[in-house]
Ligand binder design. Structure first.
Ligand SMILES: Cc1cc2nc3c(=O)[nH]c(=O)nc-3n(C[C@H](O)[C@H](O)[C@H](O)COP(=O)(O)OP(=O)(O)OC[C@H]3O[C@@H](n4cnc5c(N)ncnc54)[C@H](O)[C@@H]3O)c2cc1C
Ligand code: SF4
Length: 334
């Protein structure tokens, strides 16, 4: 047992100031990810700053027709909200595809976006991992890389981001509201998570002490109202994505008018498939077009080979998942 203190501030600004003054302090929300890492020795904070009483648990209407989701909204409440289910079906579907009912009751919106990778080596301090410690190597390269990235990885880290919710939020162009030592700011969700580059210790662009206060969903477009989330995993529940896709589609008279595609399980961050989207706009909504578009996106893929299990299988799996999901949203059989 490593000793740490526990603080429960009354205001968000106090929580931010506490972390700013202590580089080894951490925010605590539902604790479903952080407490596991404490027990495993992945993190060793000096202080836990409980933010459950100071981050909003409300979902409110925005003037532009969108919704503001407080960072403290439990995943269960977000998935069950009738406005979310009707206007942003991909968000509700993504949450319900993850974890279990009990975990979703505890897990918060902010904590979900900031959960750490499920790379097995990251969670095992007896193995080298550059994401835990920059001076170490990456055990997954040449090791068990079945769950790992095929896009945007670096020589230092091939981990994937585990959040299902984040993939849906990227497809829907959500905005993250943040309170830092210098005040409040807004970060587009597509720019919130990072690729590993030469510093995989950082999952997001947040500075230490930045508190996520809310996530804004913009007013739904016809495509967003016709959105869904498809997750492929090793077993039907209680498993992280091998690959996943959040897809929104508007088709008029057989032609793609608007399309959004974000991929999960393929990169260090939710991967917005902008190449595929551009290839599809104005094109016929057919399987051939869907397949050609995702093939163009995956031209940049670099699967990892490993004697313990590589991840080249993800290329056909992503292709089938996206084509099938687009077909279903276009009115065909998914
Ligand atoms: C068995 C199991 C299965 C799971 N399966 C899935 C799955 O299939 N799909 C999926 O997406 N997730 C899954 N999860 C992960 C789960 O969704 C996350 O653990 C949860 O969303 C984290 O939320 P939390 O509130 O508990 O965060 P915490 O554990 O409290 O915190 C997580 C991190 O976020 C930081 N943090 C928390 N709130 C804030 C804030 N407001 N601002 C800044 N930083 C903050 C903390 O400091 C910590 O670093 C699973 C978890 C478990 C244990
Ligand atoms: S892939 Fe990333 S998280 Fe996994 S062992 Fe390598 S550096 Fe660590």
């Amino acid at each position: 047992m490593r000793p740490f203190t526990y603080a429960r501030p009354d205001a968000a600004a106090d929580a931010v100031a506490t972390l700013a003054a202590d580089p080894d302090a951490r925010f605590l929300a539902g604790g479903t990810n952080l407490l596991d890492h404490l027990k495993l020795g992945v993190v060793e904070p000096t202080q836990l700053v409980d933010v459950t009483g100071i981050t909003s648990t409300e979902i409110t209407e925005l003037d532009d027709g969108g919704l503001r989701i407080g960072a403290g909204v439990p995943n269960s409440d977000l998935a069950a909200d009738p406005r979310v289910r009707e206007r942003y079906p991909a968000v509700a579907a993504a949450i319900l595809a993850g974890a279990s009912g009990q975990l979703r009751n505890m897990a918060s919106t902010g904590g979900n976006l900031l959960q750490r990778t499920r790379c097995a080596y990251f969670a095992d301090p007896t193995t080298p991992c550059t994401k835990r410690d920059l001076s170490q190597g990456c055990s997954a390269r040449g090791g068990w890389a079945r769950y790992h990235a095929i896009l945007g990885a670096s020589e230092h880290c091939i981990a994937t981001h585990p959040s299902d919710l984040a993939v849906a939020l990227v497809a829907l162009d959500a905005q993250v509201q943040v309170l830092g030592a210098d005040g409040a700011r807004t970060i587009p969700i597509a720019a919130f998570h990072r690729l590993p580059g030469d510093d995989p210790t950082r999952d997001t662009v947040l500075a230490h002490g930045d508190l996520v206060t809310a996530v804004d969903l913009p007013a739904p477009t016809p495509a967003v109202a016709n959105s869904t989330y498809r997750k492929v995993r090793d077993r039907a529940s209680y498993a992280f994505a091998l690959v996943s896709a959040a897809v929104a589609l508007e088709v008029r008279e057989g032609t793609v008018v608007d399309v959004r595609i974000a991929l999960g399980g393929v990169a260090h961050k939710p991967w917005r498939a902008t190449t595929a989207e551009a290839a599809l706009r104005g094109r016929p909504a057919t399987d051939d077009e869907f397949r050609a578009a995702i093939a163009a996106e995956l031209e940049a893929a670099e699967p990892v080979e490993s004697p313990l299990g590589g991840n080249a299988y993800k290329i056909p799996l992503v292709t089938g998942t996206v084509v099938s999901t687009l077909r279903g949203l276009a009115g065909g059989v998914a």
